[in-house]
Design a protein around this ligand. Structure first.
Ligand SMILES: Cc1ncc(COP(=O)(O)O)c(C=O)c1O
Length: 413
């Protein structure tokens, strides 16, 4: 992705100024599409996007409608058989891909395995590279692939994946899950490709919140979550992107029947579908896919440039107010170098997040000290962020977080 100057939204210096920004916000109406309870400020859209009216409607239609009324016939009548590709085509616009280049299937973990294995023959050298601060599943998957194939896995220092690529295959997040640091997709692609290397982009923290430019950056491979900023629902399937000119040359290491060109011919020989659709493996989770399809309605007619610009303005507000509270900032201060969330550090970050939740402000925590605030622009407003950060200041000031109950860790943080 090209780092681009952000459309400047001047930051509010009072609640009244924040309200004034809300009043002229072109995205403000999108909030009505979300099924968010009153009194909740949801700052965890970077982890699990909230339910949308469209997702719930589609979920009911697929379950109480098609499943009940048409049963197995719904694979044809409701076109469930084409849903992975249909939803992929809708998602393509959000990441600057073309129809046929995106398919929705499996999890990011599985898709990383499929993409990295199928990219190896395209790379100049047999070498796998991942940065040490990459999301853990990306590291585990490459480790597993390395063990299976005997291809060395190089663990590069943060930010050094490209310089250590040497013509191999690099798995890299466009936005780092912890710091929100944004990579320069176009520059990294140019550098990797000039040395015969391949990058598999993990777009989990970028899709649906940034103006991702896969085609413009000449990116060839990507995958990403749909349950974060795309609001697909818990466990919604991920997506695979493979550029049209390379997709037909790729051999997935998991050639399942749903990636076969004629699955209902039941032949023993595998013949992949054309394009990226070959990366589908087994039967798709139709209820989740249906929900995701409905969730994508909120993006219809919405400009990703505007979404990105508002996310960064909200993030900037958050960081400026956090800095005023003396919190350590763990995200880039330059909005153009960030994704859709911002992170701060506090030695008692976990009880702080728990205390905030009791005030209806939901954020998340990443061990050992990181608090993340997700700034989903389609349902959050400026005054809401102003209030949430003011509440945080009060909780810090009064130390109301400092109780045994708040320190007790849940499994999911
Ligand atoms: C950057 C990143 N990659 C991968 C994953 C995991 O994806 P999945 O559970 O679909 O395998 C996550 C989950 O939060 C993530 O943040």
């Amino acid at each position: 992705m090209h780092k681009q100057a952000m459309t400047l939204i001047s930051l509010p210096e009072s609640r009244a100024e924040a309200e004034a920004l809300d009043a002229t916000d072109p995205l403000a109406l999108c909030r009505d599409a979300f099924a968010l309870p009153e009194g909740v400020t949801y700052l965890v859209g970077h982890s699990l996007g909230p339910a949308t009216i469209g997702a719930l409607r589609n979920l009911r239609a697929a379950s109480e409608g098609a499943w009940v009324n048409d049963r197995v016939g719904a694979w044809n009548s409701a076109e469930w058989i084409h849903l992975s590709e249909h939803v992929g085509n809708r998602l393509a616009r959000l990441v600057d891909a073309k129809a046929g280049e995106v398919v929705v299937c499996d999890s990011v973990s599985i898709n990383l395995f499929k993409l990295a294995a199928s990219a190896l023959p395209l790379a100049r050298t047999r070498r796998l590279v991942v940065e040490e601060d990459e999301f853990p599943t990306d590291q585990y998957i490459l480790d597993g692939l390395s063990g299976l194939t005997g291809v060395d896995l190089v663990r590069a220092a943060p930010g050094k994946g490209i310089s250590q690529l040497e013509g191999g295959v690099l798995v890299k997040s466009l936005v780092n899950y912890r710091s929100s640091q944004l990579a320069d997709m176009a520059a990294d692609e140019a550098s990797a490709q000039s040395g015969g290397g391949v990058i598999i982009w993990d777009l989990s923290h970028a899709t649906g919140v940034l103006d991702v430019k896969l085609s413009a950056a000449s990116a060839r491979f990507a995958t990403g979550c749909t349950y974060k900023y795309l609001n697909g629902g818990p466990g919604a399937p991920a997506f695979v992107y493979a550029r049209a000119d390379v997709a037909d040359r790729l051999e997935t290491p998991l050639p399942g029947w749903m990636g076969h060109s004629a699955p209902f011919e039941f032949t023993s020989a595998y013949a992949p579908k054309t394009g990226t659709a070959r990366f589908a493996s087994g039967t798709p989770p139709i209820l989740s896919l249906a929900a995701l399809n409905g969730a994508l309605d909120v993006f219809d007619g919405v400009s990703m440039v505007e979404v990105q610009s508002k996310a960064r303005a909200l993030g900037q507000m958050c960081l400026m107010m956090a800095e005023g509270m003396g919190l350590d900032i763990a995200s880039p201060l330059d909005p153009a170098s960030r994704g859709g969330h911002v992170s701060v550090c506090h030695p008692d970050g976990y009880p702080l997040v728990r205390a905030l939740a009791d005030w209806g402000i939901e954020a998340d925590f990443r061990t050992p000290h990181t608090i993340r605030f997700g700034l989903s622009p389609l349902f959050l407003g400026y005054a809401e962020i102003w209030d949430a950060m003011s509440e945080l200041a009060e909780i810090i000031e009064t130390r109301s977080w400092d109780t045994e109950a708040y320190r007790e860790k849940a499994i999911v943080t």
